[in-house]
Design a protein around this ligand. Sequence first.
Ligand code: ZN
Ligand code: ZN
Length: 115
Amino acid sequence: MAEAAPKSQAIGEFLEWLQSEKGVYLGKGHEHDGSCKEVGPHNRETCIAGITGPCKHPASYKANVCGMQSESRNAVMYTWTYNLEELLAEFFSIDMKKVEKERRAILDRLRAGKQ
Ligand SMILES: [Zn+2]
Ligand SMILES: [Zn+2]
């Protein structure tokens, strides 16, 4: 982690600057899970499609009760709260593994070339 310290510091300062100076926060896309789907028969009265005309959904239809009708996970974003230190530690441990893997790959190539 020692080699990552200056980078880690800079990223941390940047994220804090975004929030305090720019009012910019990290957002995360909603992902549907089992609790998002309607339980029981589809409610035709509250169906969003019903606003512009009668609900034409088949009887088997299960709406997303989370209110997010789109299947795209990034259609709706919510402010993501995170622990900055944990986030940086996670990022840099992944980064370190990648660096180590690349270093080994280079060494392997060098060794193979010598034979
Ligand atoms: Zn959902
Ligand atoms: Zn409907």
